[in-house]
Write a protein that binds this ligand. Structure first.
Ligand code: CO
Length: 207
């Protein structure tokens, strides 16, 4: 299986299907992208951004990493946010987590996983901020679910606190930041908190 031939066959079929609906689709895309959404999601194979929101290529600018983290010093993520906000002028940034996230359960199970533990440290911080609320839940699944949710809200707050988003709001650019969570077991998205559209709403988010 050195060539992964089936994937190229899939690709040809997929491109043909799209062209059947819109013969000019790829030509139009080649000249520009005008996505209105930046999606920041988990790298998990079960949470593919475009597919779960039913959007075609060209509609969503995407950044994914383990456990959908927005780390203040992560140049990769910051570069994506800056390009999306300043150049593409997206109107929405969606941080989308998901239940049964391996990154979250790894934090709660307390075992070692190698280098990735340094990345998961950021989720341990989220746990530490909300320890009281999480620890009072009796069931381990409920604790993991709640940490998945709180992690999304913390990352929404991190997005809002970047100089990129702050400056966009200061200059009056229309930009809202959303926190969503996806359930792998039924394919359904849920909104976790109402969207943040300015500095005042951002300040209230975790207060
Ligand atoms: Co995940």
């Amino acid at each position: 299986m050195r060539t992964l031939k089936h994937i190229f066959e899939n690709n040809k079929r997929w491109a043909e299907t799209i062209k059947k609906d819109d013969p000019d689709f790829f030509n139009k895309l080649a000249s520009q992208q005008t996505p209105e959404i930046l999606w920041i999601g988990c790298a998990d194979s079960r949470v593919p951004a475009n597919q779960i929101i039913g959007m075609l290529p060209g509609s969503v600018f995407v950044h994914r990493n383990i456990a959908n983290l927005v780390v203040h010093t992560d140049l990769n993520c910051l570069a994506v946010i800056q390009y999306a906000v300043d150049v593409l002028k997206v109107k929405h940034i969606i941080v989308c987590g998901h239940y049964d996230c391996g990154g979250i359960t790894a934090v709660l199970d307390g075992t070692e996983h190698g280098l990735i533990d340094n990345w998961l440290r950021h989720i341990k911080d989220v746990y530490r901020y909300h320890r009281e609320e999480i620890d009072q839940l009796k069931d381990s699944h409920a604790r993991a679910d709640r940490l998945c949710e709180l992690n999304v809200i913390e990352q929404v707050s991190n997005v809002c606190n970047t100089t990129i988003v702050q400056n966009a709001w200061v200059r009056g650019q229309e930009l809202s930041v959303h926190g969503w969570i996806y359930k792998v077991s039924n394919g359904i998205l849920k909104e976790l908190q109402s969207c943040v559209t300015n500095q005042e709403e951002a300040r209230q988010l975790l207060s």
